[in-house]
Design a protein around this ligand. Structure first.
Ligand SMILES: [Zn+2]
Length: 334
C-alpha cells in the first residue's frame, strides 16, 4: 500500500504516515476486543486460500482471522497531525456519539467515505503503474473491463471528495444528510462502508444509479457501552435517492431493522469487525457461511444480492410480522 495523507490541507502535513484507524481503536475496537485485545475480520494482508472448484477453476478465499486491536481497520492514509485533528471530535477523549451534533455526524460520514476513497485511489494507481510496466498483460478484455470499472468509480467518488474537502478547509460541516439510528443494546460488531444498497427494507429496488453514475451512502455501525449506532449519510444533493430508506429505518421495529441488517451487512463485510465473543458463538457452518458471503465478488455477489431482495420482499409480505422475529442463519445480533 502506498502511503499518503488524504487531508485537503496538504501544506500543514506533519509527522509520519502511520496506520490510521477507520474505526476508532480507543472507543470502538477496544470495546469489541475486550480483554483479549483481538477481533475477527477479513484479513486481506494474509495470503488467501486457493480453493479448487469442480469445473477446474480456482477461487481465492480470504479467511477471517484474529487481528490485534491495534491493527484492525488501519490504513496508511493520514499523516500523524491530520489523523489527530481531523477526527478529534469522535476520538478517545470525546464524549459518546450525540445525534444532535452536526460535526460528529459529518466526521463519521467523512471517515467512512475517505477510507474507501483511499483504497480505490490505491487500486487505481497500482493498476496504472502495472500497466506501464507490463502493457501486454493488461490488454485482455477482462483487464480493460476492470480498468474501466475503477475509472468510473473514481469519477463517482471525486465530486464527493471535493465536497468534503471544501467543507474541511472552511471548517464547516454542511451539505451532508445523516440518518442516525439508535440500537438499544451493545452490539458485538462494527463496520464501515461506502456503498449503494440495492434494496430497501421491504425489498423494493433503490434507484441509486442516475445517468450511469452510482450514488452511495457512507455507513458506520458501532457499539457503545449501553447502546449502538447505525449512521447512514449521503450528500444533500443525493437526499432524494435515500430519503425513503432513511425514513423506513427510522420507523421500523427493532426486529425488522435487525432482519434487514443481517441480510445486507454480510455482503459488505470487507470492513466489518467482529468481537471474539460473536465469532465463537457461531457454529462452524455459520462461520463458513459468513466467510462465503464476505468473499463474493462481481456477478456472484450480484446474484446473491438478488436473492436478498427476494428474501426481503417475501418477509414484507408476511403481514403478521412474525418472520422478523425468527433468528436468521447468520445472526449478527447474538
Ligand atoms: Zn496530512
Amino acid at each position: 500500500m502506498k502511503k499518503f495523507c488524504m487531508h485537503p490541507d496538504q501544506e500543514k502535513c506533519k509527522g509520519p504516515i502511520k496506520g490510521a484507524h477507520a474505526l476508532q481503536n480507543n472507543k470502538i475496537i477496544s470495546l469489541l476486543a475486550g480483554s483479549e485485545r483481538h477481533v475477527y475480520m477479513l484479513n486481506t494482508k494474509k495470503q488467501p486460500l486457493l480453493i479448487p472448484l469442480y469445473n477446474g477453476e480456482v477461487v481465492p478465499i480470504v479467511e477471517l482471522s484474529r487481528v490485534s486491536a491495534n491493527d484492525a481497520t488501519t490504513e496508511t492514509c493520514f499523516c500523524d497531525y491530520h489523523d489527530n485533528i481531523a477526527f478529534a471530535v469522535i476520538e478517545k477523549d470525546a464524549p459518546d456519539f450525540d445525534e444532535t451534533s452536526e460535526e460528529m455526524k459529518f466526521v463519521y460520514a467523512y471517515k467512512a467515505f475517505i477510507f474507501e476513497y483511499y483504497k480505490q485511489r490505491i487500486a487505481f494507481d497500482i493498476f496504472q503503474s502495472n500497466f506501464r510496466d507490463n502493457p501486454i498483460a493488461f490488454q485482455s478484455p477482462e483487464m480493460i473491463g476492470m480498468y474501466r470499472m475503477l475509472q468510473l468509480k473514481m469519477q463517482e467518488f471525486e465530486p464527493i471528495k471535493q465536497h468534503f474537502d471544501s467543507q474541511i478547509i472552511g471548517n464547516t460541516f454542511e451539505g451532508v444528510v445523516t440518518c442516525a439510528i439508535r440500537i438499544p443494546e451493545q452490539i458485538k460488531f462494527a463496520g464501515y462502508a461506502y456503498i449503494a444498497p440495492d434494496f430497501d427494507v421491504n425489498g423494493k429496488r433503490i434507484k441509486h444509479t442516475k445517468k450511469g453514475i452510482m450514488h452511495r451512502i457512507a455507513i458506520t455501525i458501532f457499539p457503545e457501552i449501553t447502546q449502538s449506532w447505525l449512521l447512514l449519510s449521503c450528500l444533500e444533493s443525493e437526499k432524494h435517492i435515500y430519503e425513503k430508506l432513511f425514513n423506513q429505518l427510522e420507523t421500523v421495529s427493532i426486529d425488522k431493522l435487525k432482519f434487514y441488517l443481517n441480510m445486507i451487512l454480510p455482503l459488505y463485510s470487507e470492513n466489518m469487525v467482529l468481537s471474539p465473543l460473536l465469532w465463537r458463538a457461531w457454529d462452524e457452518e455459520t462461520q463458513m457461511a459468513y466467510t462465503y458471503y464476505a468473499n463474493l465478488h462481481g456477478p456472484e455477489a450480484m446474484q446473491m444480492g438478488m436473492c436478498i431482495g427476494f428474501g426481503l420482499k417475501n418477509a414484507a409480505r408476511d403481514k403478521s410480522g412474525k418472520v422478523y422475529e425468527q433468528a436468521p442463519k447468520i445472526n449478527l445480533f447474538l
